[in-house]
Design a protein around this ligand. Sequence first.
Ligand code: NDP
Ligand code: HSE
Length: 437
Amino acid sequence: MEPVKLGLLGLGTVGSGTVNMFHRAGVEIERRAGRQIVVTRAAAQDLSKPRDCETRDIELTDDPMSIINDPDIQVIVELIGGYEDARDLVLAAIRQGKHVITANKAMIAKYGNEIFAEAEKHGVTVAFEAAVAGGIPIVKAIRESLVGNHIQWLAGIVNGTTNYILTQMRDEGWDFQTALDEAQRLGYAEADPTFDVEGIDAAHKLTILASIAFGVPLQFDKVYTEGIAGIGREDIQYAEELGYSIKHLAIAQKTEEGIELRVHPTLVPHRRLMANVGGVMNAVMVYGDAVGRTMYYGAGAGSEPTASAVMGDILDVVRSLSAGPDNRVPYLGFQLGSLSSVPVLPMEAIETAYYLRMEVLDSPGVMAAVTQILAELNISIEALLQKVPEPGQDTVPIIMLTHRIRERQMNEALYRIGQLEAVQGKIVRIRLEYFDE
Ligand code: NDP
Ligand code: HSE
């Protein structure tokens, strides 16, 4: 059989990892695929840049369209990133009848509905395992292995950069910027690291996970998104004292009213596996009605862990070249014509527990005023920590954990507490999940 020829768009962190993997494991890959697979052409922006992989046998270009238009290339691997340019390239490849593999969660979350519809029309495959949680085969697990389940919720640490930053701040006492600089140096961060820090990257991934878990269209614009910039080292420390770790979680949950889609820092009890996922590692917990709780753990970013997922897709696509596109797994796990229109809930309707930290004047009656507001709104307190004032300070921090309530109630409480004269500055609110059921 003729070798399958691949064209790589992008030769950065993931692109070079993919080439390196071909050099190291090419023979093994050929044995698994049943035919030879070769990267014949690759595109990058700056051809004079040194590469982290051997490119002697690859024809390089700075014009990705020339690869897409090359009739010898059957499969395009898109590893450029970004929204519009990547979408245009992928759509052009699909219209040329080429199969596409991508690690680009931004593009899939925003334009996936359009891309999949176009791919259906042209009878080609678009594979995107590397787009969610780096090297963890979570797309395959949900879309194929758990099909006997109604998935009720999933929750995950799906951004390696933010997990790395929070871990280094807690374990090494690094400040935020030092940890971010190091994550960038290690190739974990997005080209624009605000995507990581502000939770946008995690929201892209959650969009994809929710669709394949619940059979709904991709709805990135409906994800409530909060990043880690508001988390101080003192919050990490207080949470630890109370028996919790702060993790940046992406949560999708089916309720009777609709679907919750939310990304935000979350307190997780130390006893939970999720609280112990450190560094660049990712973990996704999926709750199915038949299987119960399952958890998937592994490197969430980095050159070869991500290339590992890209390679899995390459093999699937190459095998499908013999099987035919009609035999492939549906993109979102359900046939595109049978997606459900269950609504995504507004954030005020979700229910969770909370950590609150506020600076208050060190005077009598303040605590009573705060707790009275909470009592009036039916919010009960699970734990309370009051610190002694620092020398020369006239305010003290109060830290509280609440029971589960609606976000709407908490918004009202924070508004009313914020009106108290004794409360100084902004109240820190971090959501808390127990994962008990
Ligand atoms: P990099 O920035 O390291 O690499 C991007 C590559 O694309 C570079 O080689 C760049 O060229 C090339 N490129 C950019 N624009 C063009 C263009 N217009 N024409 C031709 N080439 C272009 O990104 P990553 O490898 O980190 O990420 C690639 C994709 O994988 C992104 O979608 C990202 O979100 C995703 N991803 C990344 C992970 C990671 O750990 N890094 C993990 C999971 C997914 P040049 O080198 O010359 O600048
Ligand atoms: N910037 C992303 C992260 C890369 O840190 O998780 C992996 O998708």
